[in-house]
Structures are given as structure tokens and as C-alpha cells.
Design a protein around this ligand. Structure first.
Ligand code: C2E
Ligand code: MG
Ligand code: MG
Ligand code: MG
Length: 284
């Protein structure tokens, strides 16, 4: 009832509307033109093999530079883009931009094995994602194995019928599938195995205080063991401390991502990082 719709679907700010609702509407209105105004960019966060110390992949993370507000966090605008349907167009832009960047890195001999892109549940359920992914790959001329799609565990588990066929189609296309925020979504193990994904990403919330919260440490250990027994790669996100990295390595975790190794970087800085990737000096 807070969103008053006028004729032609126009929305008006009514005086009784709460400050927050008004704020959301203003942000949503800005979001609609932001693609055309080229206010979005992708940053890339490196992922590191815990045994060899090598860079194995990158995750593309969207950034919005609002002309007045400055940087707006994805957590603040992705949900809005999902609600108003804009996420389909935005997600398409993310895919095309990431694939083009992968191509540039490949041409320079710098491409990591995989570059991951976050996929919204809305894209999967009504975005013709398969076509969008195929087009992005074709346009950039890159092999599908270089692209990894991150889908959150909660969506996969809540929308089984919907997700199963789409994920099977994407897998058949040859892209890699990764389950994001793993540990938060009550996975069914049988279902996980049927899905044949490639990678589990342990949610940051478990990694953050695994060193002093035995419950979270137990979850981290269980996810690693699960990944190993199903033959999946396991990556921990949000690794900030050397002690966490050491412990994860001892537990048999394959890959880590977090500020300890690198923050998300602009495309330009990521290129520099990739060029020096063989010489990683991080030890823990
Ligand atoms: P996510 O996919 O789980 O991404 C990980 C988030 O953790 C990123 O936040 C990243 O910057 C942050 N992070 C990485 N390492 C550390 C660390 O060591 N410590 C801490 N405290 N944080 C770390 P970001 O970029 O703000 O993105 C937040 C969420 O927004 C993402 O969570 C993802 O769900 C969503 N998102 C980001 N980019 C896209 C996109 O292109 N499309 C869609 N659909 N969603 C996106
Ligand atoms: Mg992610
Ligand atoms: Mg995540
Ligand atoms: Mg997360």
C-alpha cells in the first residue's frame, strides 16, 4: 500500500510514505537508467589454491557508481533490480561484460582457469538464462569451461523443479556450476549429487568465526568432507586471516577467496594481478 501507482504505472511519492519506502523508490528510479548511463562496472576478486598458492580463478562482482551517492553496495540494489525485473537485463550485461573480459585476458595469455559470475534466482526462473549465457559465450568467442556460474544454495533447494532442468541445460552447455553461500540453505545431499555441480562455496558467515566458534568450525569441516566425498571442489569465501587459511588447508579445503589474498579489483588492477600471478608472495 506504500507504493501508490498512478495512471500509466507511474509511481508517486505520497506524504504518508515512509522515508525508507521513498528512498527505495528513488533508488529504483535511478537504477532504471543506470545501464544506459554506463554507471555499472565489474570488479574481479582472485581465488587462490590453498596448496600451491596459485591463482585459480576470479569472481566477477558488480559495482554501481551512482552520480550523487557514490558507490552503492550490491546488497542494496540487487534485491531492487530483482523486484522490478531489471535484473534480467542487468544480469545479461554482467555475463556479456565478464565474457568479453575473459576473452581479453585469454588473448593476452593471462586468463585464469575460470571466471565466476553471480546469477540471480530471478534470471534462472524467468530470464531465458540459457540463451543469454550462450550468446555471451558466442559473442566473446570463449570456451564454456572458462565461465562459472554461481547460484545460491537457497534458490537451488527451494525451487527444485524450476532449477533442476535449467541447471542441467547449463551443465550440458559446458559451463561450470558453483553453489554460492553454501551451508545456509539446508541442502539435500541426494539432490546435490543429482545436480552434478562442480564447486561448493562455503558461506562467509561460517568462515568468519570458525576459529572461535566450534559450531561454525564443525560446519566448515562438514562441508569440506561432503565436497571431498562427492568429488566437488570446495572454496571458502571471506578468508581474512592467515590462521583461517592455515586451518582450511589442514581441513583439506581446495581454494580460498577473501581479503587475505586480495580484495575485489578493477579490471585493470586484476590484469596487473594476473600478470604477476605466478609470483604470489602470500605465505601462511
Ligand atoms: P557473494 O556472491 O557471496 O560475494 C561475496 C561478497 O563478499 C562480495 O561482496 C565480496 O566483495 C565480499 N568479500 C569477499 N572477500 C571478503 C572478505 O574477506 N571479507 C568480507 N567482509 N567480505 C568479503 P559484494 O561485492 O558486496 O557482493 C555482495 C553480494 O551481491 C554477492 O555475494 C552476490 O550475492 C551479490 N552480487 C554481486 N555481484 C553480483 C552480480 O553481478 N549479479 C548478481 N545477481 N548478484 C551479485
Ligand atoms: Mg558469489
Ligand atoms: Mg558467496
Ligand atoms: Mg555471500
Amino acid at each position: 500500500q506504500a507504493k501508490a501507482k498512478g495512471p500509466g504505472g507511474l509511481r508517486f511519492f505520497s506524504p504518508e510514505m515512509s522515508g525508507r519506502a521513498r528512498e527505495r523508490l528513488a533508488l529504483e528510479a535511478d537504477l532504471r537508467g543506470a545501464l544506459e548511463r554506463r554507471e555499472f562496472s565489474l570488479h574481479y576478486q582472485p581465488q587462490m589454491d590453498l596448496r600451491s598458492g596459485e591463482l585459480t580463478g576470479l569472481e566477477a562482482l558488480i559495482r554501481w557508481t551512482h552520480p550523487l551517492r557514490g558507490n552503492v553496495a550490491p546488497a542494496a540494489f540487487i534485491p531492487l533490480a530483482e523486484e522490478c525485473g531489471l535484473i534480467v537485463e542487468l544480469g545479461d550485461w554482467v555475463l556479456r561484460t565478464a565474457c568479453r573480459q575473459i576473452r581479453r585476458w585469454s588473448d593476452a595469455g593471462l586468463a585464469p582457469r575460470h571466471t565466476a559470475v553471480n546469477i540471480s534466482a530471478v534470471q534462472l526462473s524467468r530470464g531465458r538464462l540459457l540463451d543469454s549465457v550462450r550468446r555471451a559465450l558466442d559473442e566473446a568467442g570463449i570456451p564454456p569451461e572458462q565461465l562459472e556460474l554461481e547460484i545460491t544454495e537457497s534458490f537451488v533447494m527451494l525451487e527444485r523443479e524450476l532449477s533442476f532442468q535449467s541447471l542441467a541445460d547449463l551443465r550440458a552447455l559446458g559451463v561450470r556450476l558453483s553453489i554460492d553461500d553454501f551451508g545456509t540453505g539446508y541442502s539435500s545431499l541426494a539432490y546435490l549429487q543429482q545436480l552434478k555441480v562442480h564447486k561448493l562455496k562455503i558461506d562467509m558467515s561460517f568462515v568468519r568465526d570458525m576459529m572461535n566458534n566450534s559450531g561454525n568450525a564443525a560446519i566448515v569441516r562438514a562441508v569440506i568432507a561432503l565436497g571431498q566425498s562427492l568429488g566437488l571442489e570446495v572454496i571458502a569465501e571471506g578468508v581474512e586471516q592467515a590462521a583461517q587459511a592455515r586451518h582450511l588447508r589442514e581441513l583439506g579445503c581446495d581454494v580460498m577467496q577473501g581479503y587475505l589474498f586480495s580484495r575485489p579489483l578493477t579490471a585493470e588492477d586484476a590484469t596487473t594481478f594476473l600478470a604477476g600471478a605466478g609470483k604470489s608472495t602470500l605465505t601462511f
